[in-house]
Write a protein that binds this ligand. Sequence first.
Ligand SMILES: [Zn+2]
Length: 389
Amino acid sequence: MPFYREHWDAAGVTPEAIRSLDDLDRLPVVSKREMQAAGPEAITSTAFDPTSLVSARTSGSSGRPFTVRFDPRWLSVRRAMFGRALMAAGYRPGRRLLMLTGGDKRQPPAWYRWRYASYKEEPARLLDELERFRPFALYGWVTPLRELARHALETGRPPYHRPSVIVTTAETLDAATRRLLHETFGARVFELYGLTEMGTAAAPCPSTSTSTGVFHLAEDVCLTEFRELPEGTAEGGATPLVMTNLELYATPFIRFDTGDLGVPRSASGGERCSCGRSLARIERIEGRLVDSVRLGSGRMISPFQLTIELERIPGIDRYQVIQEDTDRFTVRYEGSEKGADERERAARRALAAVVGPRCEIRTERRPNLDPPPGQKFRVVESRLRGESA
Ligand SMILES: [Zn+2]
């Protein structure tokens, strides 16, 4: 693939120079920005029949959507990684799992014992679904799960089924939400860390208490490097996570800067955790700076409900959603002038479908969305008082 050939040539690295794991740091670290700029053809391996590949559009929390192509083998590995992470949380195949998703997914066959429910659904209906399906595990993004727990508490509405475990993903699970979910449903609460480019890169350590998040890295699939920061710039010991995906060949990610930060707790290399795993441990994953959105009705929605809609629109190189007030939003984006009107109409329509037609939505094309020095980029930023962080 042209992308790495170019980068490695520029760094003066030849294939002969790579002989052992120690040679990995001769390769340049690559960023999302560089891969996006190169375009999908340059980052896709020519070793695959393009018709056998599955495309996924992603930005994570960087606001830079780009297309990643998956080969069928990787799709199997990715499913296995997800299954392993669920099992670390206590799930076993054959047990019932209720998954909160976008809602356009087809239900899996009954023998699978998984059920999808939409996070767009009213909390009361989701509680009905919980009571009807009676899952062992409940899985979803943090904000919809928090809304579900709040609704149950506020309406004092038993009966609802209490799942044994709740597994969250995508948004960082804060301590207050972890407690709320645990107290409302009496479940053990676990968090997964996944990336489109890497699959479920970190699974919860089962011997951790419910009050802190400690993960085991899926080092057998994603080689993880903790990049050192200049003295004094690391916040609370958190360092950037640079990952190499060892199993995805259609779009190779080699020394990929994930844009996320983590606090390493133990190095890899056989040191066994009390849970029995020897995979490296990591504490607290940071860097996903996104805010939830609070609507006029008081309902909170996940920032990823907005990003999923906007990333379907072509021609947006980078974007950011700002909630100015409960009923006022601005979408800023980088993109060419050509087709701007149509693109902006599509963006307003997509956002209105989530936040409601009564909200005022503005669009702004900007040459550059980099935040001012010293500030971090938030793909969804709420300026409502007391809602940030
Ligand atoms: Zn462990």
